[in-house]
Every structure is written in structure tokens, then in C-alpha cells.
Design a protein around this ligand. Structure first.
Ligand SMILES: Nc1nc2c(ncn2[C@@H]2O[C@H](COP(=O)(O)OP(=O)(O)OP(=O)(O)O)[C@@H](O)[C@H]2O)c(=O)[nH]1
Ligand SMILES: [Mg+2]
Length: 342
């Protein structure tokens, strides 16, 4: 972030990083452009903001008749507890894994570059879902430019490699380098300070448009990896420090515990609500990112909660049964919440 920007600008930038809907993101970008101090030091950023306003405006306008932008969409509206992008080199088994976990029909082929469009699907875990987005491959000689757009709304990534391929370590480096060039970083940090993965630091080099995705490394095709060299590759993966898992998307080996791993890494918090005097609604929980507060649930129920919120009562493992709490109380997984309004 350039120095001496106004608090107004900082607020707009923060809102941009938190916004998920394209229309909201566009509104925030316009606010950023309005409030950014117009001097030499911010020229580069001003240009960046304008480019993004143009991109989003085009995207929201949809395919134009006879225009250049027709065909499938390049972004997916986030749904479920979190949106997770499948990244990796060609032919590593991303689509096979996507199909196994979500049931969605991505094209799977025994050759590289099978996937050319994005495909969302929902992976169930207990009473919630994660949205997995299958994407085209990434390598030094192949990168679909629109993939970067698709990653803007992602909360995390799976980096899928073929552990039976002797070059798989090199493939990881290629994927990471290609993404980095386009302002997307993969990180092993699954932490609360990350908003859309971006750490809101005061670092002078901080770039509001860099997307940082907490990443799980998936060593796929374990059924084929019998060669000792391939197992060496598996050991080398540890050097990347990503949380990792070895599995087979084809045979399903080691796959059954994977959704649980995702749930734990993402630190998703499920909250059930209740009406005073009634049992809790255990049908469908609200899902929050780790660090979610009472106010985050209240806002989803009543848009004008700031005016109407009185207090909440809460039941859960780290509170007294029915404890009275305010809007800033941090929620735990499986908490039951009763919101009292004026
Ligand atoms: N033996 C084995 N084969 C697998 C496994 N996972 C995927 N495959 C096969 O690997 C080939 C590529 O799978 P895809 O899922 O299309 O790979 P992809 O990463 O989506 O490929 P692109 O779309 O080109 O990037 C297919 O023939 C799959 O059947 C696995 O765990 N074991
Ligand atoms: Mg594919």
C-alpha cells in the first residue's frame, strides 16, 4: 500500500478484499478510485484500479451479441462454506478428483489439456458443503489468462500433482511461479488475519490486488507410485510446507478422510440458531470463517442488525449454557445462538 493514503481509501480497500459478489467488488473499486490520493506515488495503483473496473464492468455486462466476449463464464458465484480452486499441471487428475468429491461431470481425459472451462461442484462434509472449482491446467507453456479472474473469489486452493510423474516437483515450481507472476500466491497459512487470503498489513509493498490462497497439496495417483524414486518425490513435498495428503482420485484410496481434513484446515465454524423458547434449528447451520462473530450471523439474519440487536444467548463448548453475549463475541464450531432484538 502506498504511504499516506487516507483512512477513507483504506476502508474502501478493506471492503474490496472482503467483498465476494462481483457487483459489490465493482462498487468498492469505484470507491477506491474516488478516494485514492491523486499523486505520482499512486499512479500505478490508479491504473490497476481502472483496469479492474473495466474488467468487472465487462464481466457484469455479460456476453455481448456479436461482441468478442461470448461463451462460458469465467467466474463462479461463491456458495457453501468456502470456495476452493483446483490448481495443478496438465493431466494430474484435477477433474477426476473433482468428480469423485462433488459428483459433477467434469471431462476427464487420459491426455493433457482436457479441461478448458471452469466447472463448480459441491463437496459435502457432514451438514455443510464446500464449493470446488475445476480449472484448466497451469504450466510454463500454458496458462489461460481468465483463470486469474476465477481465482479472485476463491478462499483456498488444492494444488493437485501426479506423484507417479518423475517431474512432479518441477511441475509444482512451475505452477507456483506462473501464478506468482499474475499476483496469485499460494500459502501454507490458514489463519484468521487472512481476509480473502490477503493479510491486511501496513507493509509498504502490500498490494491490494494480490490474492493469497491457503493451499493443500494433493499428491494424486498414489496407486501408480510404486517406484522408490516416486516415494522420494513424496518426501520432497514436505519442503513446500503445504499441508499435504497422498491419495488416489481413481481408486478412492485415502480419500474418505479428505473432506474432514479440508474442514479442519479451513477452520470453518458452524452455528445453529434458535428462537427463544424453541429448540434450535439443526437443519442447516450458518457457516463462518474462523474468527466469525455473533454480529456476522446477526447481519445474515437481519440486514439492519446494528439498529435492532439487543444481545444474544449462546450454548456451546466454551460458554456457560445460555450465556449472554454481545455482537463481538467469537463463535465456536457447533455453537447454538439465540439473537434478541429490540
Ligand atoms: N491411476 C490413476 N489415474 C488417475 C488418477 N487420477 C486421475 N487419473 C487419470 O489421469 C488422467 C487425467 O485425469 P484428469 O482428471 O483429466 O486430469 P486433469 O488434471 O484434470 O487434466 P487437465 O484437465 O488436462 O489439466 C485420466 O486418464 C484419469 O483417469 C489416479 O489417482 N490414479
Ligand atoms: Mg481437467
Amino acid at each position: 500500500m502506498p504511504t499516506n493514503v487516507s483512512p477513507e481509501y483504506k476502508k474502501a480497500e478493506q471492503a474490496f478484499r472482503e467483498a465476494r459478489e462481483p457487483a459489490d467488488r465493482l462498487k468498492c473499486l469505484k470507491e477506491m478510485l474516488r478516494t485514492i490520493p491523486k499523486h505520482k506515488g499512486t499512479e500505478h495503483l490508479q491504473r490497476d484500479i481502472k483496469t479492474r473496473i473495466k474488467m468487472l464492468t465487462d464481466e457484469l455486462a455479460g456476453p455481448r451479441k456479436g461482441g468478442a466476449r461470448t461463451g462460458p463464464s469465467h467466474s463462479v458465484r461463491p456458495e457453501g462454506a468456502a470456495q476452493i480452486a483446483l490448481l495443478g499441471p496438465p493431466n494430474s487428475g484435477k477433474s477426476q478428483l473433482h468428480h469423485r468429491l462433488t459428483g459433477a461431470r467434469s471431462e476427464i481425459g487420459p491426455y493433457p489439456f482436457t479441461t478448458q472451462f471452469l466447472l463448480p461442484g459441491m463437496m459435502p462434509y457432514e451438514d455443510i458443503h464446500f464449493q470446488l472449482v475445476d480449472l484448466p491446467p497451469i504450466s510454463n507453456d500454458y496458462f489461460e489468462p481468465w483463470v486469474v479472474n476465477s481465482l479472485q473469489t476463491a478462499d483456498a486452493a488444492f494444488l493437485v500433482i501426479d506423484i507417479s510423474n518423475p517431474e512432479c516437483i518441477d511441475h509444482i515450481d512451475q505452477v507456483i511461479a506462473q501464478l506468482d507472476e499474475r499476483k496469485v500466491s499460494l500459502t501454507n497459512q490458514f489463519k484468521i488475519e487472512l481476509v480473502n487470503g490477503v493479510s491486511a498489513s501496513e507493509d509498504p509493498d502490500f498490494d491490494p490486488f494480490r490474492v493469497v490462497l491457503p493451499t493443500i497439496l494433493i499428491a494424486n495417483k498414489i496407486d501408480l507410485a510404486v517406484d522408490p524414486d516416486e516415494l522420494d518425490a513424496l518426501n520432497e513435498l514436505v519442503n513446500y510446507n503445504f499441508p499435504s495428503i497422498a491419495l488416489s482420485a481413481l481408486t478412492g484410496s485415502n480419500l474418505e478422510l479428505f473432506p474432514q481434513m479440508v474442514f479442519e484446515k479451513m477452520k470453518i465454524v458452524r452455528v445453529y440458531t434458535k428462537i427463544p423458547g424453541k429448540p434450535p434449528d439443526t437443519d442447516k447451520p450458518f457457516t463462518l470463517k474462523f474468527g466469525g462473530k455473533v454480529s456476522d450471523v446477526a447481519r445474515q439474519i437481519h440486514k439492519d442488525f446494528e439498529d435492532t440487536f439487543k444481545f444474544a444467548r449462546i450454548w456451546g463448548k466454551n460458554v456457560f449454557a445460555g450465556q449472554q453475549v454481545g455482537p463481538d463475541h467469537l463463535l465456536d464450531d457447533l455453537d447454538i445462538l439465540e439473537i434478541h432484538v429490540r
